[in-house]
Design a protein around this ligand. Sequence first.
Ligand SMILES: *[C@@H]1O[C@H](CO)[C@@H](O)[C@H](O)[C@H]1NC(C)=O
Ligand SMILES: *[C@@H]1O[C@H](CO)[C@@H](O)[C@H](O)[C@H]1NC(C)=O
Ligand SMILES: *[C@@H]1O[C@H](CO)[C@@H](O)[C@H](O)[C@H]1NC(C)=O
Length: 475
Amino acid sequence: MTATLAETQQPNKSVLPIICGSRRIRFVSLSISIAVIWIVASVYWGSLSGIDGQHYTRTIGGVEVDIGGVGERQNTQNTQNTQHTCSNPFSQLGTLHVNLTHREENNWVPFDSSCQPPRLMASLAAQISGDTLSHSHTDTSFAHNKTILIMGDSIARETVKYFCNLLGEDVVNLGDDHPWSPFAGEGEAQKYNLSQSKSHSHGKRAPRESSLPNICYIPSIDLMLIQSFHFGMDTDAFFASKEQYNPPNNYEDRLIVHGRNILDRISMSNTNEGESRSEGESEKETRAAHTLRQPDLVEVSSSLWDLARFARIDIEDDKSTMTDLSGDRLAFYMDRMSEMLSATQSIFPSAQLVWRTCHYPSESNHKLDWIDWIGRSINTDINTHAKMARLEQERLYQDKPYFHLNRLFQLDQAARYVLQKEEFDGVGLNEWGRLMFGQHAHQIDQLHPSMLPGGWLWGDTMLYELRKATLRANQ
Ligand SMILES: *[C@@H]1O[C@H](CO)[C@@H](O)[C@H](O)[C@H]1NC(C)=O
Ligand SMILES: *[C@@H]1O[C@H](CO)[C@@H](O)[C@H](O)[C@H]1NC(C)=O
Ligand SMILES: *[C@@H]1O[C@H](CO)[C@@H](O)[C@H](O)[C@H]1NC(C)=O
């Protein structure tokens, strides 16, 4: 924490030791830097206690990256002001530009004109489409030959789909017949009794599909995103009876079955190259398998299923769901989040880990959507009983929303507190959710943000973390 504070304020002195040398050298140099900076700081500012520590904490990414993006760090006046840093434009105060007709105009725009985020989505989209005339060119080679694992809910699923579409591709769902399916392994389907729950309703998306992994692959730059679904922090199979449920239940197990195993399968299909393709595997996917796939970045988020679980428990107890979460619940959330981050670090030790903040969906009328979303309405005949059932549910769950902004805010605060732990010093923070605050006008339903500005902005923030990780790895 102190190191962090020091780094951001005295970049010249402390950045070097952090990015080079062995652990011991780094530690010693870091300690010396901290001591020197502490003294200097104490002399000049009397005390550091007045400085907002939290604000600086998450700028660690550590490296003071000179990004060279449009407008970024152009303005070097104020160099006397050592408190001024631009280590992450997305954590700066600013305003979200929304433009539904020009996708590249959907940006986070900090008030500080010297600290604008690089236009990474615009540059990448231009490069992929071969548009070399575009003005907004920032080097995007950092995204080449990269693998990204996204662990989250349907919000994450939609943002990955948008990302893929914006770059001219479609996601591929890893259904049971796909060779990379989480249940493709020997005996895997039987282990989870999958054949019993297999039910595909015609004409509609099979419910199970919505929580199976999706792959987004951009062949021209060999960029792969694997989006894997999880049902929050629960460890008691709370949602196991849901139609869209896929085992296993706990995040840690899903990280293996819906994460690492899939990466292994993709890598393995590389070794079968030259042999005939497995059924269902397209040429594009075969090309995707040309290299061993280890994630360079893993993005994790969890909040909406957690709130849905709390709300359901409250509703069963006939309690309001608009009250604040108890200390016990927040403690549970923080403990589980720590466990999830640790598990992710140990399974993918070389990947940059990033926590993505949750957006704040519209509050109005969300009761019904949430009921639909988590499948609360139980097998009512759509044509005859649906309306009655909805009215009845509306009456029953009046003032009992599945989430409320106060609870979302509490979880966000709790997550930021967990990230302050020393052991998570290297974990990045994607501020997408916070930047999307209040953008209810731009949702496809009462829960999921639309492609603009949400999808584009997510791409910008995710690519920003990827680039930071790549630059650091190459130092
Ligand atoms: C969207 O961006 C285009 C191009 O910059 C601009 O002409 C247009 O006025 C913008 N629309 C809005 C609503 O800001
Ligand atoms: C792609 O990255 C992997 C490791 O991430 C590396 O082994 C491989 O050589 C790279 N391939 C190319 C073509 O750069
Ligand atoms: C699968 O079914 C068997 C027999 O019905 C049962 O004993 C077992 O616990 C089930 N396994 C899971 C993971 O549900």
